[in-house]
Ligand binder design. Sequence first.
Ligand SMILES: C[S@@+](CC[C@H](N)C(=O)[O-])C[C@H]1O[C@@H](n2cnc3c(N)ncnc32)[C@H](O)[C@@H]1O
Length: 282
Amino acid sequence: MKYKNLDQLFRQTARKLSFSACPFIEARLFIQKAAGWDEIEFFHQLDRPVPPGVLAKLDRLVRMRQAGWPVAYILGKKEFWSLEFRVNRWVLIPRPETELVVEKALGLPLPESPQILDAGTGCGNLAISLAKEIPAARVTASDISRRALQIASWNAKNLGVKNVKFVHTDGLEYFISRKKRFHLIVSNPPYVSENEWHKLDPPVRDFEPRIALVAGPTGVEFIQRLIGEAFECLTPGGFLVFEFGAGQEEKILQHFREGWQETAVHLDYSGRPRVITARKAG
Ligand SMILES: C[S@@+](CC[C@H](N)C(=O)[O-])C[C@H]1O[C@@H](n2cnc3c(N)ncnc32)[C@H](O)[C@@H]1O
């Protein structure tokens, strides 16, 4: 089909994406990606002819979306804490709710140059956001997925962050064996149960890494382990801050035994319990 101008292509693309909740936004983002434009350039070009090469590239992006791919994987990026992170199918797409982990962490009474660990870093969103906010911090980002660590390390370089290092480990084993201690451990761990995974939205279940989502039969297996391992790796008075799944708080709170204090459950902006903070006794 021949298009009179970009505006006509824009409207036609949005029609093809009418199954999505935001067809016009997606149409614009895909055209921007196909043409290599930012938002300002896009609106500037609306009454001009469609540049050569854009149609074929755009067609591929629209077909991916029609096949169920999440927008962030198609664009190869996702915003978190006002920073742009590269993402692909090896990492979970950062969710806005997870920003509450950063917010809660930044409200804690930490030393001036805290040692911080992000356990299960994925694309590095928590580690890098904290490293930017606390330039004097020494941040470690760990994951069991080497491919995730590659993306996270790319993101750190791309965002000009130098105070993060990356460690491959199962849980916190690497740090326990080396007697490493942190003032703060943050995590957005896998917390979906095997049964829940089958019922997740298809774009999540079919495209995002299972290892990033599923913890085991109950969903709290990783969190239970995290509480135990974090206790070993925190300095006296150190903090643990992590996200958890809907309805898990009671089960999780049982795992905070003697030696923990100031345990608190925090609601997200939709009023749902989302983040737990706790402190190792000093
Ligand atoms: C829910 S994703 C969180 C990613 C990212 N921090 C975020 O907020 O979007 C959980 C991460 O934990 C990692 N993970 C899963 N099992 C692990 C394990 N046993 N040890 C270390 N990391 C693990 C996954 O590879 C994944 O990157």
